[in-house]
Ligand binder design. Structure first.
Ligand code: ARG
Ligand code: GLU
Length: 709
């Protein structure tokens, strides 16, 4: 009996959450403070998050749209990943002055480069507002009524919370809409690029190594936040001054050893740890495979041209990395979900759940039955949605055509002309990173997959007609299309917008295609999907509460939702496959080994300066105890996308690394975290300093940091 019970606990994964699993809200750390201290934290919850004094949270920012950054000096110096600042690095690059290849270090504050559209956001404080948000919500409300009421409440509460005029309030749902927290935030828009290593260091290993351990790159770059003369958020101005940090991380020169406590503080984007088996089935067997297939086609074609032509390489560098990143992650996710038997585990968990609910005389088991019924109808539709999104986004110029289509309804000629002219500046930005021949090849490929994989009855008629007309030869179709459309060439586009002709535009093949595809999606796919999503959301809300009621052995942390979280674990290796062990650290040696093993691989090109330094072992104060430069390390911190750039902190609150990735074998942690397979990957902070000093010759920056021996 005891044996059976243990097995059940093992399979259900309902033992108390291991020290390593979980992404905790900083405001709730008190409840796990003891656990963290047992594992090596020498500080208190109050040191990590406090509203009464400056604390670590004052040094952690949401960087740009979806990364994390941390302050490392009293004067607003900010560390994040190279791949997080890559868009900015790229935007300052030309073939002549190529910051991607050469790297960049501002010689002084004047050399720090302005970045349009980049912002960082601090969390001033957070607060549980569940009671207030749910006040007046009765069980008998329909989902729409409930959502309306919540919206009104949130609007009211946002206005009531005390804040400064330059601050904002954001209220977010947690636990599938069962709880709500308010965040008072402060956003700064003058964030300048201070420096970045050359790509063959910052992104050494490139897409070959992405998501993979062992790793050897220094995935970092630096920015500085600027404020107005009063220290308040302000738009860019020459007169702005460096941000006065309320808190910044001291940096450990001792580094990190195997088994040391590690903590990651950042903004993980999205996890789904409590979904039903049906949702796991969808991700694993439909969503991921479809996305992988379409992206694979795009990537191969892009790369072909990037390798042939430097202009294309720079234009497509960031886009390619983005597309490749998801593609590889999903491949790892499928593998990990299968290997850990995620689907079967969920099914066993669900039958136990149903049993317990029934024992209590409750019918919450019904929730799962209903979810199953909805998913039966939802999965094929959702599959169409995934295909649509990947194909539509895969054809680069359709977004621009779609924007232009919106002005076609304007009847007044003067406004029509004005709006058309307004499209020109945006288009210039688009065409800067665009080569028509690449888009053309990709378009033929993705349309071919789209129209092969989905039944004709589930495709826009416009596309099935073209398929017939061209006998499925999409290359011929796109040839004609690309010679006619004004959306595939800047000169043609500018001319068309300067003398806009509504009839000609309406008949442009790009507008016809964009409209046919989005009409189909908006009419045939989106409405039923939305309806089902609403039902699923409401069932998931009930399921979440019921899980917390019946599965009491399990500790429930809220799923990631791009809010600030803390996760802790240890620096440790793991065994990804039978007979294989991964160590926790890498050193510079590995970079040279990789290059030797694959000298032709452009991702493994060695940095010359680094090679010379390595030859002379001129490591200065940055070597570890073993006399080597430690490059990266892995640890059992439960992280996700959005944790890129997050500070990795030791038990004393010192910075030991910067998080940038997860191990491929464990990317299923977003759905099924498993401590035996899931590791986050970080660059050792000493490697960062070594690169700033020895490669960037920007050692002066170290003077404003606090290095702890
Ligand atoms: N996999 C990491 C993340 O999800 C890094 C991506 C950027 N690096 C790259 N080689 N594409 O964002
Ligand atoms: N590279 C990811 C990011 O940009 C972090 C890796 C992960 O998904 O854990 O946020």
């Amino acid at each position: 009996m005891k044996k059976v019970f243990c097995l059940l606990i093992l399979v259900l994964g309902i033992s108390n959450v291991k020290a390593d699993e979980g992404m905790w809200l900083p405001i709730l750390l008190k409840s796990i403070e003891g656990d963290m201290q047992k594992n090596g934290l020498k500080l208190t919850a109050e040191d990590i998050y406090s509203v009464n004094k400056s604390s670590m949270k004052d040094a952690v920012v949401l960087f740009g749209g979806g990364c994390t950054g941390e302050l490392i000096s009293a004067e607003g110096l900010l560390l994040t990943n190279h791949h997080c600042g890559f868009g900015q690095i790229q935007s300052h690059s030309t073939v002549e002055k190529d910051l991607i290849t050469e790297g960049y270090w501002a010689k002084d504050r004047k050399g720090e480069l302005q970045n349009q559209g980049l912002s960082v956001t601090f969390i001033v404080r957070m607060e549980d507002v569940t009671q207030k948000v749910l006040s007046g919500i009765k069980d008998k409300l329909s989902e729409t009524e409930r959502a309306e009421k919540i919206k009104t409440n949130i609007f009211r509460i946002s206005g009531e919370l005390t804040k400064e005029s330059y601050q904002k309030v954001v209220i977010r749902p947690f636990y599938n809409g069962n709880e709500f927290y308010a965040f008072v935030t402060e956003t700064y828009n003058d964030v300048r690029l201070v420096g970045a290593p050359p790509q063959n260091i910052g992104n050494f290993g490139g897409d070959t190594d992405n998501w993979v351990w062992p790793r050897h790159n220094a995935d970092f770059c630096m920015f500085r936040i600027y404020t107005d003369a009063e220290g308040k958020p302000a738009e860019y101005s020459e007169n702005n001054i460096p941000y006065k940090s309320k808190y910044f991380f001291p940096i450990s020169m001792k580094g990190v050893d195997e088994d040391d406590f590690t903590m990651v503080y950042g903004f993980p984007g999205r996890t789904q740890e409590y979904i039903s088996s049906h949702a796991v089935d969808f991700t694993m067997n439909y969503e991921d495979p479809a996305r992988i297939k379409i992206r694979e086609a795009r990537l191969g074609l892009m790369l072909e041209d990037m390798r042939k032509n430097d202009t294309v390489r720079i234009q497509y560098a960031s886009k390619y990395a983005g597309v490749a990143n998801g593609w590889k992650k999903w491949k790892g996710e499928i593998k990990g979900l299968k290997k850990t038997g995620a689907l079967e585990k969920k099914q066993i968990y669900e039958s136990e759940f149903k049993k317990r609910a029934a024992l209590k005389g409750k019918n919450e088991g019904e929730v799962l039955i209903k979810l199953g019924e909805i998913y039966q109808k939802y999965i094929p539709l959702k599959n169409e949605e995934v295909y649509f999104t990947e194909v539509y986004n895969g054809i680069e110029h359709l977004g621009l055509a779609n924007k232009a289509a919106q002005i076609l309804d304007i009847k007044d000629l003067t406004s029509f002309k004005l709006e058309a002219a307004r499209l020109i500046p945006g288009a210039e930005g688009f065409f800067k990173n665009y080569t028509a021949s690449v888009d053309k090849k990709v378009m033929a490929a993705v349309l071919s997959i789209y129209t092969e994989d989905l039944k004709p009855s589930r495709l826009p008629k416009y596309l099935t007609d073209i398929k017939k007309q061209y006998n499925g030869n999409w290359a011929v179709y796109v040839d004609a299309y690309f010679t006619h459309s004004v959306f595939t060439d800047m000169a043609r586009f500018r001319e068309a917008m300067q003398n806009p002709d509504a009839t000609a535009l309406a008949n442009d093949p790009a507008i016809l295609l964009a409209q046919a595809m989005s009409d189909w999606y908006n009419i045939e796919v989106l409405p039923p999907v939305t309806k089902m999503v609403t039902s699923i959301d409401s069932l998931n809300r009930l399921y979440m509460t019921a899980q917390r009621t019946y599965m009491t052995e399990k500790k429930f942390y809220p799923d990631a939702n791009s809010t600030l979280r803390v996760t802790y674990g240890r620096a440790e290796g793991f065994s990804p496959d039978d007979g294989v062990e991964y160590r926790a650290f890498t050193t510079l040696e590995g970079m040279f080994e990789k290059n030797m093993a694959q000298p032709e691989n452009p991702d493994y090109v060695l940095n010359k300066r680094l090679s010379q330094i390595h030859l002379k072992k001129d490591y200065g104060k940055y070597a570890a105890k073993d006399g080597k430069i430690h490059t990266c390390f892995i640890a059992s911190n439960h992280t996700s996308g959005g944790n890129s750039g997050s500070p990795v902190i030791n038990g004393k609150g010192e910075l030991i690394g910067i998080n940038f990735d997860r191990c491929w074998e464990g990317t299923m942690s977003d759905i099924n975290y498993d401590v035996s397979l899931c590791r986050n990957i970080s660059t050792d902070i000493r490697f960062v300093l070594f690169v700033v000093d020895k490669i960037g010759e920007a050692g002066y920056l170290l003077e404003e940091m606090k290095l702890v021996k």
